[in-house]
Structure formats: C-alpha cells, structure tokens
Design a protein around this ligand. Structure first.
Ligand SMILES: [Zn+2]
Length: 457
C-alpha cells in the first residue's frame, strides 16, 4: 500500500480501505483541492533573487528560466516553451540587468525548456550550450505512435479542460500559452561532452555536469563561486515523474537517483529546479539527498518484489516511501506517483511478462467479459453490480465493471458509458496527483462528447 505523506496519508489509507481505491493519491475532495491549490504557490509568477547575480523567473510558463549576471553580459539557463512567454520573462529580468545575453544553456531537450530561446536573443548571435547527446529525450519512442501520444499528452496536462475543471499540472500551472511552442528554438552551438566540463562565460565560472535522469541528455549546472545549482528536471518539488502517463520509454531510475545524489554532494547554497520555487540554504542539500534516496528506495523495493516473483500490480500496492521521507513536501505525489514508478521499473527491467504463466495467453477481452457476466449470474446482475459500485463510490471497481459490460452483446452500452463517466469524475474529484486528475477528467469529457468509440471506452 502506497502511503501519502503525513496526515493526508491517514486519509488516503482510510479511503483506500473503505472504498477499494487502488491509488495512494486519493483523499477526500476538499483535501485534494486544497492540496492542489497550495501547490499552485510553487509556480506563481515572480522573479526570485537566488543569489547576488542570479535570478529565476517562476510561473512565466510551465518551467523556470534563470538569468546569471556576469561582467559584460548575462547567461540564460533554459528558455521556456515559446518566445512569447520567454520575452515576458526576459523583460522582467531587465529590471535587474540590462547587459546583453552572452549565452544560453539548455539543461535538457524537453520542449518546455528550449522552445523560447529567440525571446532572449533578438538579432544577437549567442552561444547555446547543451549536452552532446542533446535531442535524445524523446527518441526512445517511435514517432509512429505520435497520434496516440498527442492525445494522451492533452489528457495528462488537461489541455482541453474547461476552466472550472482546471487545477494545475503538478509542477506547472494549468492553461499555459502554447500556440507559439517550439517556434523560438535555436539549435545548440556548443555540444558538451558527457562528464564534467568547466568554463567561464562573461566572467562567471560555470560547471556543466552530465546528469541523466528524466532524460538521457540532461545536465545540471553548477556555479562554484555562488554555490548555485541548476538541477533541470531531475529535481522539482513533487515526487519525480519516473514514468509519464502520456507515454514514455523507460527512464533510467537508477541514473536519476545517482544524478541527484551527485547534486547533493555539491552542497549547494541555492537549488534552482527546472520547475517550482528555488530552495535556499541547507534545505537544498537535504531536499536533494532525500529525493535521491526516495527514488533509490522505490527502485530497490521494486527489485526485491521482482526477485520474489511478485507481479507488477502486487508490488505497486506494496511499495511505499520510507517513513522518514513521507512528510517531505517535495516528495508529495503531485506529479509522479510511486505506483506508476513501480510498474515502469518492472516493465523497464523485465518487459511485460510478469512471470505468471496465467498471463502468457489471457482470454480475449470479449470472451472474458462473457465469462465474468456468467459468474455474476448474467449480464443484468453484472450491470447491477456496476451500478452498485458507483453508488457506493467504489469508483475503481465501477470502472472495471463498466469495462466488462461494454464488451457484452446484450450489455447496456449507454449505461456503462454513463457509469464510466461518473466514476472517472468521482476519482478525479478525490485525486491530488495532477496528471491522474487531468487524465480522468479529460477522458470523461471525451466520452461525454462522443469522441471515443466503444473500443476505447
Ligand atoms: Zn520541464
């Protein structure tokens, strides 16, 4: 059983026990909403002075962008998704320095960090630094699955949700301006070899450290004099998205943990994450050490379960963060979840087969549904069970039964669809993990508007 931090954990547990809820991120609706609302403070629009010569613009888009002020120019770390939001962050930076931009650094190749570069450069030619492996971030997945990836991305981020259903995206605000996404991208001009590379730009000493994690082409940037660390997306204030439900190839969890451990060893005075507010003082090192340990612990527990011959589902329900990490605000499952991480690690290490011969050739879904209906005493009784589950707010079970009824030739398809919509909304209302919540709501809306056919629902 996965446990959410602190007193919320108790709530999550009691709900899970009484309603057969399978995820550890379900709490009562008011609590879910107030947790998500509190998380919004992590990306309210502002410029944070991180050090005497370092400023971070938070909340100008989904990610952060930073400005390091040197002798005769400034250096920009990450550039947001598009030139419009980049230009607005840049103009906010101008209040602190009007020196020209000398260089841009991409911490990794995700679109929300690279698409706005032109918003900082105008006509000027500047050097753009990135890892030599830059661009490998999405290469693990074949472009042939783009049609479904795009749909799942829209659901995960709640891009089509009406305003009253929007909360946030876990580590980013809802409703960002994305129409110019990617149009300001400028290709890297300096490719940095993997390892540690030191340089001086505009009189500022910088170190680029290769740090694979969320992506294979990630680096973290270290200012030794100021003791400021730019972590990219290997750290932000939320449990890491070790797997993204929009669909991603396996993210090497061990690499991720090791990269964050290396950051902690630097003992930064200031930690600037790729998303969410900077963390100052000794708390920065603690946060990094905890983060690395949390990832490693989920990995180790999963591997133990795997070697005991357990299935991914079993392990996902057993793995929990160590007691001393459960109350850490930067490990709350607003973005990634332990459940999803466990299943991703399982598949990443062993592929889809769980070792149980029963699953080698499971029944075809329609045949299985027919047998389950038979077991229930007929389609009508199965349908009543489905309705009963919804009434009892046993939403996950209601979903699972609706997914049986939908296959039955004598099943009430319309009713099953209605139950599914209501169950999804019920889960969403109680969910504080933003991607889950957004996905449930988006899918419910798609079902309601008839965008999904019978196979899908
Ligand atoms: Zn990002």
């Amino acid at each position: 059983m996965t446990i959410k931090s602190g007193f919320m954990g108790v709530l999550a547990l009691s709900l899970a026990a009484s309603q057969g809820v399978s995820a550890g991120t379900q709490v009562d609706p008011a609590t879910a909403l107030s947790m998500l609302k509190a998380q919004n403070q992590q990306f309210e629009q502002q410029v944070v002075k991180v050090a005497d010569n370092v400023y971070t613009a938070v909340g100008f888009h989904g990610a952060n962008t930073s400005m390091i002020v040197g002798d005769d120019g400034v250096i920009i770390v990450d550039t947001l998704r598009g030139p419009k939001s980049a230009a607005s962050a840049y103009s906010a930076f101008r209040a602190y320095s009007d020196k020209p931009v000398k260089a841009i650094i991409y911490t990794h190749s995700h679109g929300d960090h690279i698409g706005g570069a032109s918003g900082f450069t105008g006509a000027e030619q500047v050097e753009i630094y990135a890892m030599e492996s830059f661009g490998s971030a999405e290469e693990g997945l074949n472009k042939s699955v783009n049609p479904i990836k795009i749909k799942r991305n829209v659901r995960q981020f709640g891009r089509n949700l009406p305003p009253h259903e929007r909360t946030n995206r876990g580590v980013a605000p809802a409703g960002t301006e994305d129409r110019d996404g990617g149009t300001g991208f400028l290709a890297p001009t300096v490719k940095i070899p993997h390892g540690i590379h030191k340089t001086t730009i505009a009189g500022v000493d910088l170190e680029f450290h290769y740090g694979p994690g969320e992506t294979d082409d990630a680096m973290f940037v270290w200012l030794p004099a100021e003791k400021v660390l730019f972590s990219g997306d290997n750290f932000y204030s939320a449990f890491p998205n070790l797997y993204a439900i929009r669909g991603t190839a396996y993210r090497d969890v061990l690499d991720w943990s090791a990269s964050v451990a290396k950051m902690a060893e630097l003992k930064p005075r200031s930690l600037v994450p790729g998303h969410t507010l900077p963390i100052q003082g000794a708390a920065a090192t603690t946060a990094l050490a905890d983060y690395s340990e949390a990832i490693r612990s989920v990995y180790d527990q999963t591997v133990t379960g795997i070697n005991e011959g357990k299935s991914p589902e079993q392990i996902a329900h057993e793995v929990a963060l160590p007691e001393h990490l459960r109350d850490k605000p930067y490990l709350t499952e607003f973005y990634g979840t332990v459940h999803h991480a466990v299943r991703a690690i399982y598949v990443g290490l062993l592929g889809w087969f769980d070792g149980n011969p029963t699953t080698l050739n499971p029944l075809e879904p329609r045949l299985r549904a027919e047998k389950i209906a038979e077991l229930a005493g007929g389609t009508r009784k199965l349908t009543r069970q489905m309705q009963g589950a919804l009434k009892k707010r046993d939403y996950q079970w209601a979903l699972e039964l609706a997914d049986q009824v939908k296959w039955l030739p004598d099943g009430d398809q319309k009713l099953a669809r209605e139950v599914k919509i209501k169950a999804l909304r019920g889960l969403a209302e109680r969910e504080y993990n933003a991607p889950n919540r957004n996905y449930y709501l988006s899918y419910a809306n798609e079902l309601e508007s008839g965008q999904l056919n019978q196979i899908w629902f």
